[in-house]
Unconditional design. Structure first.
Length: 342
């Protein structure tokens, strides 16, 4: 029989964040200029791009399942050497193969996110079919709206599974409305909207705010002209988000408890402390090797939890015969209470 777990603050699941930097207020945000480049851009003088005020760059990495930008390594590495935030993008060919297959190809060939504080999450570039004269398909690549939504969803899910980051979606509002039926299920993915002019204009239904805006196909710097919708500190946070985790607990029996700590972000959670103190005459008798115990106090140090992984702590106690017993726990900054009734 499993007893209910009672949580501090009436929360069933608690989320925590390590190393959080205070973000700039939205009203104080500035727009950081950037560029997007491809093989067609040629060699890029990245020092000049940086000196000209560009703070980030996106580099074309792959297309479909058979194209790799031959200049990618030089362009991607050059941006970092110049002190510019950099990211990679994949040009979708939805009619050729599945979204998951193209996400795998992208990750294998430059699209993998790196926790180096300078790499932005990858981009799925999905827009009008530019090869209609070659493939004979319409601007939606011959896919129906439901098919296109599934293709994009499959790409996004596989990219998330491979990198633990949400892929940025580059598109135009007109194309999104026409080819996905203005699908609403992609709000967690940052939006990079393309619209030449003086404003980003109306957005697709999935988003209330854009993250990037391509304002011109060719700008004063190399390649296209882009803007990040926020401050440099917020761009830094997008490139290098804080380590995040959540904790859940369960009273398995009156004398047995479990606590599960899971890494919910893309960065490794390291040196996470767990402290506990029993109550109601409950005495600790057994804990994992990472922990030290007295009869009433638990102290653990979790050295490392990789992205997407969990650590489970199983505790054994010797409770008194009757009455409520349990343990108060603090996992990092999170507080929770596990209580067994009498």
């Amino acid at each position: 029989m499993k007893f209910p777990a009672i949580w501090a603050g009436s929360a069933v699941m608690l989320a925590g964040v390590l190393g959080v930097a205070t973000a700039a207020p939205a009203q104080a945000a500035t727009k950081v200029l950037g560029v997007d480049v491809s093989n067609w851009t040629g060699d890029v003088d990245w020092d000049s791009v940086a000196d000209g005020g560009a703070g980030f760059a996106y580099v074309h990495a792959t297309e479909g399942l058979d194209y790799r930008n031959p200049r990618f390594a030089d362009q991607f590495g050059g941006a970092k050497e110049a002190g510019i935030f950099r990211g990679a993008y994949h040009f979708a060919q939805p009619h050729e193969s599945s979204g998951a297959a193209q996400a795998d190809f992208f990750v294998r060939n430059g699209g993998r996110w790196i926790a180096d504080s300078k790499t932005l999450p990858g981009v799925l570039d999905v827009e009008d079919n530019p090869y209609n004269n070659r493939n004979g398909l319409n601007h939606c690549y011959g896919l129906g709206q439901d098919e296109m939504v599934k293709w994009i969803s499959d790409f996004a899910k596989r990219y998330r599974a491979r990198t633990h980051r949400d892929v940025v979606i580059y598109t135009t509002t007109a194309w999104w409305r026409s080819c996905t039926g203005d699908a609403k299920g992609f709000g967690k993915n940052p939006l990079w909207v393309a619209r030449w002019g003086t404003s980003a204009g109306p957005l697709p239904a999935s988003w209330k705010r854009h993250t990037f805006w391509q304002s011109a196909e060719k700008g004063n710097h190399a390649g296209g002209e882009d803007r990040f919708n926020g401050s440099k500190a917020q761009l830094q946070r997008l490139a290098f988000p804080p380590a995040t985790y959540w904790a859940t607990g369960l009273v398995v029996r009156r004398n047995a408890y479990t606590v599960t700590i899971s890494n919910t972000g893309p960065r490794t959670v390291g040196k996470l402390s767990v402290y506990g103190k029993t109550f109601g005459g409950n005495k600790l008798v057994k804990a994992p090797r990472a922990c030290k115990i007295t009869s009433t106090v638990l102290r653990c140090t979790l050295t490392s939890i990789a992205p997407g992984k969990s650590v489970k702590l199983t505790l054994a106690t010797k409770p008194k015969a009757t009455g409520p017993v349990g343990i108060n726990l603090k996992v990092g900054s999170l507080k929770l209470t596990l209580r067994a009734s009498g």
